[in-house]
Write a protein that binds this ligand. Structure first.
Ligand SMILES: [Mg+2]
Length: 236
């Protein structure tokens, strides 16, 4: 791409291991990229978490699937937009119950649904208090959740649903998803769709990068976060 202006990236699984800091190689590539292009993190978590995980690296951040936008400058994070969506908890609880009934998912510990302040929802199949070992063993290849995925989307029709974490579905009110977040950023910064490159690892069906992968945005598939510096270096 010779008209490249913006590099947009997922974080976990793309730049780093899940919830881990950047390694030094990745950080130094980002520093070089930053001299040439605008950089945007497009994340499922909040700007705060991304800011801390990136150890205060100067970069633009879209958090919570575009419900939040922040900017890190001189190591200081400023949140410039933060939307909070009201959730109809009774309705969401009923939807989750319907899914548990249809698929016989009655074995869970703690709460059946987790509500976040932003309006995002987690539907933890094993419950909010499940043991980590049980969660890791539940669905490592995502096959179980892929089997329920279409029906979960159908029941949560007002939401965008993603296969997230180890054993849950992440549920965001429409229109929020990573494509929405990215397009909003492009609009606000007068950048065209063909001037962007997106790096993501979760591009399969149900993955939270899938909407970008299936869009008109040029997408680089990352299957191992250690490959990122190699691909990124080609852009320097
Ligand atoms: Mg990821």
């Amino acid at each position: 791409m010779n008209n490249l202006r913006l590099i947009a990236m997922d974080m976990d699984g793309t730049l780093t291991q899940h919830k881990s800091p950047l390694d030094s190689e990745c950080r130094s590539v980002l520093e070089k990229l930053r001299e040439k292009y605008k950089l945007l993190m497009v994340c499922a978590g909040g700007c705060d978490r991304v800011y801390n995980q990136l150890e205060h690296f100067d970069i633009d951040i879209s958090g919570f699937y575009g419900m939040q936008f922040g900017k890190v400058q001189d190591g200081v994070l400023t949140i410039r937009e933060s939307v909070i969506e009201k959730t109809d908890k009774d309705k969401v609880t009923a939807c989750a119950e319907q899914i548990r009934n249809e698929f016989g998912l009655h074995d869970y510990v703690g709460d059946a649904v987790e509500f976040h302040d932003s309006g995002l929802i987690t539907f933890p199949i094993l419950g909010t208090k499940a043991k980590l070992d049980d969660k890791l063993a539940y669905d490592p290849d995502r096959a179980k959740r892929r089997a329920y995925y279409d029906r979960v989307c159908e029941i949560f029709a007002d939401y965008n649903v993603f296969i997230g974490g180890t054993s849950s579905f992440d549920i965001a009110p429409k229109p929020y998803n990573k494509l929405y977040a990215l397009k909003k950023y492009l609009d606000e910064n007068n950048i065209a769709s063909d001037e962007v490159l997106f790096f993501g690892d979760d591009y399969g069906v149900g993955g939270n990068d899938n909407c970008v992968f299936e869009s008109d945005i040029e997408f680089v598939k990352i299957d191992n976060y250690r490959d990122f510096p190699k691909y990124a270096t080609e852009l320097l």
